[in-house]
Ligand binder design. Structure first.
Ligand code: 5CA
Ligand code: ZN
Length: 408
């Protein structure tokens, strides 16, 4: 499917470096070292209740990664999926008496608008599960042929025992895996499975559910295999970063890595697994199931500048869990006003040190809050002391635009 329009990326003097990021599988910071083309897969939305501030925070986090890579001279090959068939989407459509394809299309369209407003660079390939069924089925057939998948009453499950590296992405204990599996779409209590953690690969057709014909019988794909099929088609193995929110560490990214490693007989699936923290509202993770959501589109309709929303997100380090409040937005609106006033002056303090500071902060695990502080200091000087450098306001606004994605 089509993605959304790309914002312009201003050219900056000099060049940055490839960033260090936190790899969940290594449980430490690692320096990314992509080739000329960095390969990035970020899990996309399940299109209902989109786009809430938690979603926005995660996509802005990986947008920063892409911007820093580009500033370091890499091209970026970016792939994202849309989970446009899955249990929660079908349940929501049934609850509201809406056709599931209409729900998915409407919410995906809204997501595109929100990403455009937030100046998030689009993926090069934006792929829905429905479009990828023909790619997914042969993978499952192959996993069965390898003895890594088995039937339970017509449904097909992946055997986690078939991957000797299973557990390597999350490093979680079995107890934690069981807990998260139950909470995040797994079915550890289903009788007939070889291991309670084994995830579904293919769900046989049920009355009232969409299904597709296949050599496995009519049905629809499980969740993890969809991302693997899409990533392998467009990126191949050992791509640079698999991204998503921290609630995807297990089971989603663990299972994805296992599926791909067993299918290809190769490893690793991704060179690094990077996760964004969870945004909360009223003390609890913002989630569709709880319904404690702040929507980007609703704030836009209220006239809130999307650049203020983006600054509100950037004020928090991508890995931290934090709480959305009215104050967070108000602070961002003030900051945006100060920055705009500072770059509107005909001259200002030199921008070279500022650009170097933004680059230095962003290559250090995408420290956007640190970059914001550097820009705050420059803006403060510009507004109080002024300056004589006529090029500085332009360089500054281009740097803030290119690296932080904030158009002033
Ligand atoms: N379609 C799957 C991925 S293949 C999915 O998880 N969809 S989602 O709509 O539930 O979430 C989309 C992305 O937003 C995921 O990376 C998820 O980790 C992230 N996300 C969801 N809620 C929050 C939150 N409260 N804070 C930060 N990120 C969140
Ligand atoms: Zn995914």
């Amino acid at each position: 499917m089509y993605a959304w329009p790309a914002p312009e990326l201003p050219v900056l003097p000099g060049q940055g470096a490839s960033p260090r990021v936190y790899d969940s599988a290594v449980r430490d910071l690692v320096t990314t070292s992509p080739g000329p083309v960095a390969r990035l897969y970020v899990c996309g939305i399940t299109p209902y209740d989109a786009t809430h501030m938690g979603h926005a925070a995660t996509y802005v986090a990986f947008d920063l990664l892409q911007r820093v890579w580009r500033d370091a001279g890499h091209r970026v090959h970016y792939v994202q999926n849309v989970t446009d068939v899955d249990d929660p989407l079908l349940e929501r459509a049934a609850r509201d008496g809406e056709d599931w394809t209409h729900l998915a299309e409407r919410e995906t369209a809204l997501f595109r608008e929100d990403m455009t407003a937030l100046r998030v660079l689009p993926p090069d390939h934006y792929i829905g599960v429905v479009e990828a069924i023909d790619r997914i089925v042969p993978l499952i057939v192959d996993l069965k042929a390898k003895g890594a998948a088995y039937d339970v009453d017509g449904d097909v499950y992946f055997s986690v025992a078939s991957d000797e590296r299973f557990g390597g992405v999350s490093g979680f204990s079995t107890a934690d895996m069981l807990k998260f599996s139950a909470e995040r779409g797994g079915d550890p209590d289903r009788p007939g499975k070889k291991n309670p953690l084994d995830p579904l690969l293919w769900r046989a057709a049920r009355d009232g559910e969409p299904s597709w014909p296949s050599p496995l019988g009519p049905g629809r794909p499980g969740w993890h295999i969809e991302c693997v099929a899409i990533a392998l088609e467009h990126l191949g193995m050992a791509f640079d970063v698999q991204g998503g929110g921290s609630d995807l560490v297990f089971p989603h990214h663990e299972m994805g890595a296992s599926h791909a490693q067993v299918f290809t007989g190769d490893a690793p699936y991704a060179k690094a697994y990077v996760h964004a923290g969870m945004v909360a509202l009223h003390g609890e993770k913002m989630s569709k199931s709880r319904g404690n959501l702040v929507f980007v589109s609703k704030l836009r309709a209220e006239g809130v500048d999307p650049m203020a929303m983006r600054l509100a997100l950037l004020a928090h380090h991508y890995r931290s869990d934090w709480e959305w409040t009215a104050d967070v937005l108000a602070t961002a609106q003030l900051r945006l006003g100060r920055w705009r006033a500072a770059v509107s002056r005909p001259d200002g303090p030199p921008a070279d040190d500022l650009l170097a500071a933004i680059r230095e902060r962003m290559t250090d695990d995408l420290d956007a809050p640190g970059a914001l502080r550097a820009m705050d200091a420059w803006a403060e000087r510009a507004l109080t002391e002024g300056g004589t450098d006529e090029a500085a306001p332009g360089v500054t606004s281009r740097a803030v635009d290119a690296i932080l994605g904030v158009a002033l």
